[in-house]
Design a protein around this ligand. Structure first.
Ligand code: PBG
Length: 305
């Protein structure tokens, strides 16, 4: 009689790959998640695939960061190298997605390049996003996922991809992405600290606003997004549900690092049954209307399901 069924093929595993390491490095605030070396990433994707997870999204940690974040679009940037490795290994059997942003690559930690006042320069940034998209597509990404929340980013990326003949590369837009305190462990995972104690409230959404989030989703679809995302997930089930009622494209939700860490930390103390809570939370996200869930629990759940 169950209305909602969570399946392994609903899940997308976010994976971190770090340049210049020989062995995986555990991320303390994300127990069970690693910064992978190129070799250990290949191993991880092979294992996930054997467990039925057929989509992954890559995040890179470069050896060198600079003001522009140039390793994000370098042909030999870490994510581009990893995409090539994985494409060789898995062919078309696993959907390879690449997170498309500059924050992991910039020395100041913002999602874009800065203007003379130290503020993210929207229009200069989306030009660079176009270059990143092309580099990721050339390296074998089938889906690019812009997460920087710059205005006009989806259109700039679509145009850049089309110009280079990558008409088939799809865009999953982080459309309704809130300025959330739940991204803390992720910033440990990618070694990002925003310069001067800054935040992303200038470009990410205000969590007091739901209608504005829907407007962001409409803009991204009008610009050519093939699928849209709501992020984080659990505290935003109302947004997921409203988005589901309004749009007919695939809807993704990101169960983010802080959501994962809370489950793991409480379970470690024996205060909750972590596996049961994980299943309950992800099922609720699907019940609210998400078709796809990006989650660090992908591996655990694949084993459980
Ligand atoms: C930005 C990006 C972030 C996350 C995914 N892409 C961090 C941020 O916006 O600060 C967070 C994901 C998570 O917390 O799991 N490139």
């Amino acid at each position: 009689m169950a209305e909602t069924r969570l399946g392994v093929d609903d899940l997308i595993a976010p994976l971190f790959v770090r340049e210049g390491i020989d062995a995986p490095v555990p991320i303390v605030s994300l127990p069970g998640v690693m910064q992978h070396s190129r070799a250990s990433l290949r191993q991880e994707v092979a294992e996930l695939r054997a467990m039925g997870i057929n989509a992954v999204i890559l995040f890179g940690i470069p050896a060198h960061k600079d003001a522009e974040g140039s390793q994000a679009w370098a042909a030999d940037g870490i994510v581009q190298m990893a995409l090539r490795d994985l494409r060789d290994d898995v062919g078309d059997d696993v959907v390879l997605m690449a997170d498309l942003c500059l924050d992991e690559y910039t020395s100041h930690g913002h999602c874009g390049v800065l203007d003379d006042h130290g503020q993210p320069d929207n229009d200069a940034t989306i030009e660079l996003y176009g270059q990143v998209a092309v580099a990721q597509a050339e390296a074998g990404a089938s889906i690019v996922a812009p997460s920087g929340m710059m205005d006009g980013q989806v259109l700039a990326i679509r145009e850049a991809l089309d110009e280079e003949g990558f008409h088939d590369v799809a865009i999953m837009a982080y459309a309704a992405k809130f300025a959330s305190a739940l991204y803390g462990p992720f910033r440990d995972a990618v070694d990002v600290t925003i310069e001067g104690g800054g935040d992303r409230k200038g470009y990410q959404q205000d969590y007091r606003n739901a209608r504005e989030a829907l407007e962001e989703i409409r803009f991204d679809l009008a610009e050519g997004a093939d699928m849209v995302m709501v992020k984080p997930a659990l505290a935003y089930l109302d947004i997921i549900s409203r988005a589901r009622a309004e749009v007919d494209v695939p809807l993704a939700a990101y169960h983010v690092s802080g959501e994962y860490a809370m489950i793991k930390a409480a379970a470690e103390r024996g205060w909750i049954d972590g596996d049961a809570v994980a299943l309950e939370q992800l099922t609720a996200i699907k019940r609210a209307g998400a078709d796809l869930i990006l989650t660090y629990l992908a591996r655990d759940l694949a084993a459980a399901l």
